[in-house]
Design a binder for this molecule. Structure first.
Ligand SMILES: NC(=O)c1ccc[n+]([C@@H]2O[C@H](COP(=O)([O-])OP(=O)(O)OC[C@H]3O[C@@H](n4cnc5c(N)ncnc54)[C@H](OP(=O)(O)O)[C@@H]3O)[C@@H](O)[C@H]2O)c1
Length: 255
């Protein structure tokens, strides 16, 4: 039986990814900063009950390397190995522009999104070295283009693309693949507060007509995380409703 580990998977996109793999009969390990929370317990319970698979939740701080290494060790003890790792957790770093960035802002975003992702991927590779595997990171169009107030976040997401290329190069000989999803807007609970007008205005900017659902991102992760993509490694897969091909703000032609 195959095993996937997903970080930050008790809600939003991470949870949808966990459900996708569970629905295919995979064993699922998830992390959260607070695995003792009601939501974390419920997530593990629901995955096991709904899909009849083995699921486990682990408490992990992304800015603690010893915590990361302990978590992967526990996954090895509980599941015997790891086939797919999904680096989903991220600090959103909203409202942090270049001139306003304090050292503490910078560190808090880089520690999670870059350092945390790096050492999680390193630990995943250690677990996969014997039997191969697939590492999938969740990047962002904000790592390929600039928007106001997301400077440090964007830098970390750009760096993750390079991390993936380096991993593909270095880990290929162990049968380990690594790929990055360049996500555009993903519909999450943060969209619930938008008015119909705000929602329509946002959607009018996407050539594909709307943001991705969490399930649509999960489909891309499933593709890159499994043997469906056996010869794809070191690449970015853009799932962004076409937003990054627009040189100027996209506006639909009026009829
Ligand atoms: N939502 C979008 O529109 C969008 C667009 C492009 C890319 N992405 C990327 O897609 C992935 C999932 O997005 P999402 O919107 O579903 O994410 P999210 O729920 O906001 O974050 C994912 C998880 O990361 C953990 N996390 C959040 N802030 C953290 C912090 N400061 N320190 C450590 N952990 C933290 C949380 O898990 P715990 O608290 O349980 O540990 C959270 O559930 C992320 O990598 C994000 O950057 C999202």
């Amino acid at each position: 039986m195959k095993t996937v580990l997903i970080t930050g998977a008790v809600r939003n996109t991470g949870l949808a990814i966990a459900r996708r793999f569970a629905s295919e009969g995979w064993q699922v390990a998830i992390t959260s900063r607070d695995s003792e929370s009601e939501q974390a317990r419920k997530t593990v319970f629901d995955l096991e009950k709904e899909y009849g698979i083995k699921a486990r939740g682990y408490s992990m701080s992304y800015n603690s390397i010893s915590d990361i290494r302990n978590t992967f060790q526990k996954v090895k003890e509980d599941f015997g190995g790891l086939d797919t790792f999904v680096a989903n957790s991220a600090a959103l770093g909203i409202g942090v522009d270049l001139l306003g960035t304090e050292e503490a802002d910078f560190d808090s975003i880089v520690d999670v999104n870059l350092k945390g992702t790096f050492f999680c991927c390193q630990s995943a590779a250690e677990l996969m070295k014997e039997n191969g595997g697939s590492i999938v990171t969740i990047g962002s169009v904000q790592g390929t283009g600039a928007v106001a107030g997301r400077t440090v976040y964007g830098i970390t997401k750009a760096a993750i693309s390079q991390l993936v290329r380096s991993m593909a190069f270095e880990l290929g000989e162990y049968g380990i693949r690594a790929n990055n999803i360049v996500a555009g807007a993903i519909h999450s609970d943060r969209w619930d507060s938008l008015s119909p007008e705000e929602l329509a205005a946002r959607r009018s900017r996407y050539p594909a007509g709307r943001e991705s659902t969490e399930e649509e991102i999960s489909n891309a992760v499933w593709f890159l995380g499994t043997d469906l993509s056996k010869t794809i490694t070191g690449t970015d897969l853009t799932v962004d409703s076409g937003i990054s091909v627009c040189l100027l703000p996209y506006k639909k032609k009026e009829n």
